[in-house]
Design a protein around this ligand. Structure first.
Ligand code: HEC
Ligand code: HEC
Length: 459
């Protein structure tokens, strides 16, 4: 397991200012696909036969950087180009001055070498003012985040039968409580568990003294530093633009994407794994993690919906030492607007499975550390409950031990779940091996490179 002090991921911070500015200039010179002119339509979606190296997902123009700039429009003395913003955002992503402890950067938790997910095997990462406050949830991947739709409680697919309400969909974080990317941008900066800034003033004061102050002034105008609220917006806009950089966050450069483009073949094991993944009577994974092209757009491996899987309670989350603490996802306690809506208790947002093979921890509470164990849990949650849930002194297995009994009607029970203790599971060990082989085809190529080096400037 890689265990690195947060300080490991500071290559850009360590760069002298001139290098940083040059880097920004270099990035600005690149014709960036992230810089459509305002009002431009979203790039057209590539068909499977299209050999274009970077097909675009079905992303609405509202989530493109230009729209982000429009959202913040008129706020700043000058508005940097999308490429400049992205380079600045990249530097900020590695900037420890963003945190109250001055020890944490975004990258300390969202490790570029692990799909911008957890850097090591810890279920939750420590942060906060002291740098030792524990978070409540596993760090999600930031890959393909720009294609997560805005949160909606009643999602109606605009291309299927439009009378079907698919229920809660989208939003960022495990419970979708950051309805939009703009809201999301604020969360980590001021969360008690993460960057823990007490106020915009406190953050502005720290940034004034950091090496990043120069590039920030150069990008947005010196006056930006006079108004802490505006400075925070500048930081958010830059971070947001960086996270929508297709070359880094949505490259569509996995073996599976190449297969969809008819450029490569899958191995026999990978092909079997895909068949199990899609088979409604075995993996049935595609029910929530769609694997097929949709209207010419490459699959996200999530329908962005919410489901209650009954993931076992994780004693490694410090908050769980208190039996009264229960993370119910959509119905709270972190999310508050749907508190008390019983049918939503225990539901978490379905994450993308792209790059899942480079993650160290799985599910909202980081209960699993190995992908093969996750697969076995899916196959045998209900048929071998003693394997996942604790057994009481009375010999009775405390099934679904992280979801109070009153909410268990919300559990998903369709395949691969279902069956009774002692029945045959939805699939066996050879299927687990094939599924693992298939899931590994979802790892982006530039990520495999990032495993060796932190990301280079976009090129
Ligand atoms: C101490 C660790 C930590 C730090 C530092 C941190 N994050 Fe996070 N981040 C998390 C956790 C944990 C979640 C999930 C929170 C939840 O579900 O309630 C998260 C969620 C997110 C999400 C939502 C992803 C999704 O779609 O679910 C984004 C985007 C994000 N963080 C970006 C950032 C940025 C940008 C920074 C730096 C300003 C940052 N984070 C700093 C731990 C961290
Ligand atoms: C009913 C919808 C549903 C089905 C079916 C489903 N998943 Fe999931 N999947 C989810 C949800 C929701 C989560 C997050 C649950 C949580 O954290 O509590 C998840 C999480 C995961 C994760 C952890 C990812 C991470 O970043 O932590 C993996 C791996 C995964 N699913 C793989 C699969 C595979 C493989 C199958 C088929 C065997 C499958 N899923 C079937 C909804 C589903």
């Amino acid at each position: 397991m890689m265990r690195q002090p947060p300080g490991m991921w500071l290559p850009l911070r360590a760069l002298p200012l001139l290098t940083l500015l040059a880097l920004m200039g270099a990035a600005a010179a690149v014709p960036s696909p992230a810089a459509p002119s305002p009002g431009a339509a979203a790039p057209s979606n590539a068909a499977p036969s299209n050999a274009a190296p970077s097909p675009a997902p079905a992303a609405s123009p509202a989530r493109r950087p230009a729209a982000a700039a429009a959202f913040y429009g008129g706020t700043f003395a000058r508005m940097p180009s999308a490429a400049q913003l992205s380079a600045l955002g990249r530097a900020l992503f590695f900037e420890t001055a963003l945190s109250a402890s001055a020890r944490l950067a975004c990258a300390s938790c969202h490790d570029p070498a692990h799909a911008f997910g957890p850097p090591d095997g810890r279920a939750v990462v420590q942060g906060g003012r002291s740098g030792r406050e524990s978070g409540l949830r596993a760090v999600p991947s930031l890959m393909y985040g720009a294609s997560v739709p805005q949160f909606s409680e009643h999602f109606v697919d605009d291309d299927g039968d439009d009378s079907i309400d698919q229920g809660p969909t989208g939003g960022r974080t495990w419970d979708g409580r950051a309805a939009t990317t703009h809201e999301q941008a604020r969360l980590p900066l001021f969360s008690d568990f993460e960057m823990a800034n007490a106020s915009a003033e406190a953050l502005a004061a720290r940034l004034r003294g950091a090496p990043i102050a120069g590039p920030l002034r150069a990008a947005f105008g010196a006056a930006t530093f006079d108004d802490p609220a505006r400075l925070v917006q500048a930081v958010e806009l830059a971070l947001e633009t960086f996270q929508e950089e297709p070359a880094v966050f949505a490259p569509y450069r996995s073996k599976y994407d190449a297969w969809l483009r008819h450029e490569v073949r899958l191995s026999a094991a990978e092909e079997r794994g895909l068949a199990i993944f899609n088979d409604p009577s075995r993996g049935n994974c595609a029910r929530c993690h769609p694997s097929a092209m949709q209207h010419g757009a490459f699959p996200q491996f999530t329908d962005h919906g919410f489901a209650a899987l009954g993931v076992p309670r994780n004693a490694a989350v410090p908050a769980n030492a208190d039996p009264r603490h229960v993370d119910l996802g959509l119905c709270g306690p972190l999310r508050t607007d749907l508190a008390g809506v019983r049918r939503y208790c225990g539901l978490f947002r379905t994450p993308t499975l792209r790059n899942v093979a480079v993650r160290n921890v799985f599910f909202h509470n980081g209960r699993f550390h190995r992908l093969d164990e996750v697969l076995r849990f899916y196959a045998a949650r209900d048929t071998q409950p003693a394997r996942w849930y604790p057994t009481g002194a009375d010999g009775i297995v405390r099934v679904y031990d992280d979801l109070p009994a009153m909410y268990r009607g919300n559990l998903d029970r369709a395949p691969p779940f279902g069956g009774r203790a002692g029945d045959k599971g939805a699939f066996g060990e050879s299927e687990v091996r094939d599924l693992l082989a298939f899931l590994a085809t979802l790892t982006d190529e530039n990520f495999t490179r990032a495993l060796k080096n932190p990301p280079n400037p976009p090129n």
